[in-house]
Ligand binder design. Structure first.
Ligand code: T4K
Length: 379
């Protein structure tokens, strides 16, 4: 059997996931094998859930799922029932999965702007939108996995509470990120969703997690992720889906967790080093990035022209950059029919100037040096 890599040669690719070795995974794999139980809540999944709860602390309940997109669908269904087209407010400045999940769960997205201070949903805009749209839920994001300021999260919660609707936060890239008080993400909302996709800092292939502080919500989340079954395997109040994580991905997750703090430290180090190098050219990181899990490094260029120069130079030097989310959701054909609650000037401005640099868990000095050279090309 031969295996062909999609990209090869000296090109620096945007991500390079780092799976644990077979030796690291073996004890957990063996536990599933010898129990003859590897899905529907087997012993390894239970061990993984408990380990994640201990890691996150703060009395959080952890519901592992098969990816963050289904985690978002499960959270919406568990907290709001069937959508019947009701509006869910969300930023346009996010990955397609945020809106995709809402549409698949039966809701109608409506887009709000983000703040230029931190790139997360702007509470003032949100307040206005809630009054006008009477939404069924707020589905906000920890943009790029970075923790929003605590004051911002407090405003989001107050708006949701006042409107008597749930707050769900899509923190897909934020597992391991800390907020300004040093707390790990997971307790920002009624339900918070993380991705364990291969390209995320906590990477197991396909996987995800929903967290909540509320034990009753945790029961509903587990039910929604398991066909909607009650204990007697009867579907009563709401149709669920199969969004369960299996024990084999949980086995990989246990091995990833063992070394995750070390991985985070390295990623944050690379992020700080590269953002320092590019600051001379006037590029700025997202506030709070240094305490984030740093899936990759989004930097805001001074102008659209500077970004074009950066992308051209990266191309010449065979370095893969990305421009997540330079096609904000309201500009994508599939989502453009959904309402913008107000004009989205900050979204448009970030989208035109963002450039994302590669970050891996183990970057050599040579790779970091090659990426740093780009900063001199654009000064
Ligand atoms: N909400 C938000 C805000 C999100 O950002 C995401 C996912 C979600 C929800 C949904 O989470 P999941 O349902 O996926 O759990 C990638 C990821 O697939 C996606 O998970 C992530 N956001 C998004 C930001 O990035 P693509 O389509 O841009 O990835 P792709 O295939 O172009 O790969 C990126 C780089 O990684 C390339 O250089 C190739 C490299 N790569 C990729 C894989 C999968 C590898 O080297 N090895 C690999 O195994 O979406």
């Amino acid at each position: 059997m031969t295996y062909e890599l999609p990209t090869s040669g000296q090109r620096i690719r945007f991500q390079r996931p780092d799976l644990p070795s077979l030796n690291e995974v073996a004890p957990h794999w063996e536990a599933a094998r010898s129990a003859h139980w590897y899905s529907n809540g087997g012993p390894v999944l239970a061990a993984f859930s408990s380990a994640i709860e201990r890691y996150l602390g703060s009395d959080l309940h952890a519901v592992p799922v098969n990816n963050a997109t289904s985690g978002l669908m499960v959270a919406l269904r568990a907290l709001c029932g069937t959508g019947r087209g009701a509006t869910v407010l969300m930023p346009s400045y996010t990955f397609a999965a945020t809106a995709t999940a809402a549409v698949w769960a039966g809701f109608t997205p409506a887009f709000v702007d983000v703040s230029e201070d931190h790139w997360h949903a702007d509470p003032a805009m949100l307040q206005e939108a809630v009054e006008r749209e009477t939404p069924a839920a707020l589905l906000l994001c920890s943009t790029y996995g970075v923790a929003p300021p605590r004051a911002t999260v407090r405003s989001w919660s107050a708006i949701a509470e006042h409107a008597n609707i749930p707050l769900i936060v899509d923190s897909a890239a934020g597992f391991g990120s800390r907020d300004e008080c040093g707390n790990r993400l997971g307790g920002q909302a009624d339900a918070e969703v993380f991705s364990f996709h291969a390209t995320k800092p906590f990477a197991i292939g396909e996987g995800g997690l929903v967290t909540t502080r509320d034990p009753d919500i945790a029961v509903e989340l587990r039910r929604a992720a398991n066909f909607g079954f009650h204990n007697d395997r009867i579907v009563r109040s709401g149709v669920g889906m199969n969004a369960k994580m299996d024990d084999l991905h949980a086995a990989i997750g246990l091995a990833v967790l063992d070394r995750f703090d070390e991985v985070l430290k390295r990623r944050q180090g690379y992020g700080s080093r590269l953002s320092d190098a590019f600051s001379a050219a006037g590029l700025s990181p997202q506030p709070g990035m240094s305490a984030g899990a740093v899936q990759f490094l989004p930097l805001l260029c001074k102008t659209k022209e500077q970004r074009s120069r950066l992308l051209a130079s990266a191309d010449r030097r065979a370095i893969e950059l990305r421009t997540y989310f330079s096609d904000p959701l309201h500009s994508m054909p599939a989502f453009s029919r959904y309402r913008k609650t107000t004009p989205l000037p900050v979204t448009e401005s970030l989208a035109a100037r963002i450039a994302c640099l590669p970050i891996y868990s183990d970057m050599s000095a040579g790779v970091l040096g090659r990426i740093e050279q780009l900063s001199t090309d654009i000064q």
